[in-house]
Design a protein. Sequence first.
Length: 295
Amino acid sequence: MKILLTGGSGQVGTEIRRRVHRWDGLTVIAPTRAELDLARPGEVAVAVHRYAPDIVINAGAYTAVDKAESEPDLAEAVNARAPGELAKACAARHVPVLHFSTDYVFPGDAEHPYRPEDATAPLGVYGATKLAGERALRAGCPQHLIFRISWVFAGHGANFVRTMLRLGAQRDELRIVADQVGGPTYAGHIADAALHMVDRYRRDGTLAWGTYHYAGAPDVSWYAFAGEIFARAVAAGILVRAPRLVPIATAEYPTPARRPLNSRMDCSATASVLGLPRPDWRVGLDLALAELRAA
Ligand SMILES: NC(=O)C1=CN([C@@H]2O[C@H](COP(=O)(O)OP(=O)(O)OC[C@H]3O[C@@H](n4cnc5c(N)ncnc54)[C@H](OP(=O)(O)O)[C@@H]3O)[C@@H](O)[C@H]2O)C=CC1
Ligand SMILES: Cc1cn([C@H]2C[C@H](O)[C@@H](COP(=O)(O)OP(=O)(O)O[C@H]3O[C@@H](C)C(=O)[C@@H](O)[C@H]3O)O2)c(=O)[nH]c1=O
Ligand SMILES: [Mg+2]
């Protein structure tokens, strides 16, 4: 079964490329951005016809949350128009699409963890363009799985874990927002889940198509997550000592994009329908730190 993977150099895409050999009968083609630029109209449809995949994993996206506020057209092209074109090209060939979206489609003012069917209302350009991408995929290609994931990290790429380790080595004290709560998710766990679904499709010829939430457990604030990052990084010998962490409110950390306070997602249907329970981000954090120590 031939997978066409976009975003193969990103966090999730890299982990998919690293893991695909573990699955008998799965192969991956991962064009670079030079070979497939999602910002250029029509390119993704050309790629679907050229590579003739059995399934597509769309891990490419514009993910710079703050920068998106000043580059809305580029974010829209990559996160919304490209998934729409991909959906139509795939539907025409009866090729399913596995796609990723985000907790940032939600406004974050609910008291409960967000369910897949809850009302969306993104606070910023990134979330709005990702929501438009979800809608385009649903409208264009019935055979789709959309995984809304959150707070993705890995031992490589741009993520909160690597930002904390860089800043923690430079400063004695870090101020971290303590009133935004969500589920950090290890990119390796996301890759495993996606490949598991591809393998099931290979065997069964179908999947329980739809939109699902897949976030690491347990839910934490960014402040608590930072505490765990430093505790484990010191234990692993990556840092000699942890900086002092000061919990702050979102209002004390102004950013161009607003972010949801409640990013918690109800992942129960993902476990009961797809058989994918929430992965423990502490396990993933140790794997990411082991990779960083070896680097
Ligand atoms: N990071 C996170 O915290 C979260 C991510 N998600 C979603 O998960 C998915 C995977 O994210 P993640 O792996 O973290 O993303 P990364 O930011 O790590 O990687 C993004 C990937 O998209 C590629 N890309 C960006 N623009 C283009 C373009 N114009 N043409 C072709 N390729 C492009 C990048 O290529 P290049 O290397 O050339 O830049 C890179 O391979 C995305 O859909 C994202 O929205 C959801 C929730 C949280
Ligand atoms: C560096 C830093 C950040 N923060 C805050 C800012 C922000 O609220 C939070 C996380 O910052 P980041 O910039 O890493 O997070 P951000 O880029 O908003 O991460 C998001 O990326 C997109 C792609 C998603 O889809 C989301 O699920 C989420 O992972 O930490 C501090 O409080 N202190 C600090 O020193
Ligand atoms: Mg960021």
